[in-house]
Design a protein around this ligand. Structure first.
Ligand SMILES: Nc1ncnc2c1ncn2[C@@H]1O[C@H](COP(=O)(O)OP(=O)(O)OP(=O)(O)O)[C@@H](O)[C@H]1O
Ligand SMILES: Nc1nc2c(ncn2[C@@H]2O[C@H](COP(=O)(O)O)[C@@H](O)[C@H]2O)c(=O)[nH]1
Length: 183
C-alpha cells in the first residue's frame, strides 16, 4: 500500500475526534466508517456515521480490530479499509486506544496516530453540549480514568489540543503531508 496514509484520531470521549474528522472530510480526506452495536444518536446516518449492526450481525464480518466500549461492540472491517484505500490515498478514522494499537500493528507504515488532548472538565462540558445523558457521561468518565484515556498512547505520532477545530485539522494535514514525504 505504498503512498497511502491512515490518519487515526484517538482521544477521550468528547475530545472532538468526530468534529475534527468532519473537517478533514471537507478537505477531501475520506472517513473509514466503523461498525457498532451502539444505537444511533439523533442525526447519525447508517453507512456515514457508522454501520449500525446487532451483536449477531457483527459475528459474520471480518474485522481488522474490534473493541468493547461502554458495553457496545465496535470494529473496523477489512472490507472497509480495502475499499476506501483502493480509491483514496488519505483516509481517517476515530478509534479508541485498543483500536489504534491494533491498526498500527496491522499497517505500521501507513498509520499516523493523532492524540486529541482535552481536560476532564472540558470533556464533561462537551459531552453535555452534545446532549449525552448524565448516566452516559458518568460511565464515560469512569471508563476514561480506568483506561488512561486522557494520556497519549506510547505510539502517538502527533498530539493536538482541540481549541479551534479548523486550526487542528490544518495542523494534522501539514504533519501528515510531511510524514508521507519522509516515508
Ligand atoms: N474545538 C471545539 N470547541 C468547542 N466545541 C467543540 C470543539 N470540538 C468539538 N466540540 C463539541 O464537543 C462535542 C463532542 O465532540 P465530538 O462528538 O466530536 O467528540 P468525540 O471525540 O468524537 O467523542 P466520542 O469519542 O464520544 O465519539 C460536540 O458537541 C462538538 O460539537
Ligand atoms: N477500537 C475501535 N474504536 C472505535 C471504533 N469505532 C469507534 N470507536 C471509538 O469508540 C469510542 C466511542 O464512540 P461513540 O461514537 O460511541 O462516542 C470513541 O473513542 C470512538 O472513536 C472501532 O471500530 N474500533
Amino acid at each position: 500500500m505504498a503512498g497511502k496514509t491512515i490518519i487515526v484520531l484517538v482521544g477521550p470521549s468528547g475530545s472532538g475526534k468526530t468534529s475534527i474528522g468532519e473537517v478533514l472530510s471537507k478537505h477531501g480526506i475520506h472517513r473509514l466508517t466503523t461498525t457498532t452495536t451502539r444505537k444511533p444518536r439523533p442525526g447519525e446516518i447508517e453507512g456515514i456515521d457508522y454501520y449500525f449492526r446487532d451483536f449477531d450481525e457483527m459475528k459474520i464480518e471480518y474485522f481488522i480490530e474490534q473493541t468493547v466500549y461502554n458495553n457496545n461492540r465496535y470494529g473496523l472491517t477489512k472490507a472497509e479499509v480495502k475499499n476506501k484505500l483502493e480509491k483514496y490515498d488519505y483516509v481517517h478514522v476515530s478509534l479508541d486506544r485498543n483500536g489504534a494499537k491494533a491498526i498500527k500493528k496491522a499497517f505500521p507504515k501507513e498509520v499516523f496516530i493523532v492524540f486529541v488532548q482535552i481536560s476532564e472538565e472540558e470533556m464533561v462540558r462537551r459531552m453535555k453540549l452534545r446532549g449525552d445523558s448524565q448516566e452516559e457521561i458518568d460511565e464515560r468518565i469512569t471508563f476514561s480514568q480506568r483506561t488512561n484515556e486522557l494520556v497519549p498512547p506510547p505510539y502517538t505520532d502527533l498530539i493536538v489540543e482541540n481549541i479551534e477545530i479548523n486550526t487542528v485539522a490544518q495542523d494534522i494535514i501539514e504533519h501528515v503531508t510531511k510524514n508521507t514525504f519522509s516515508h
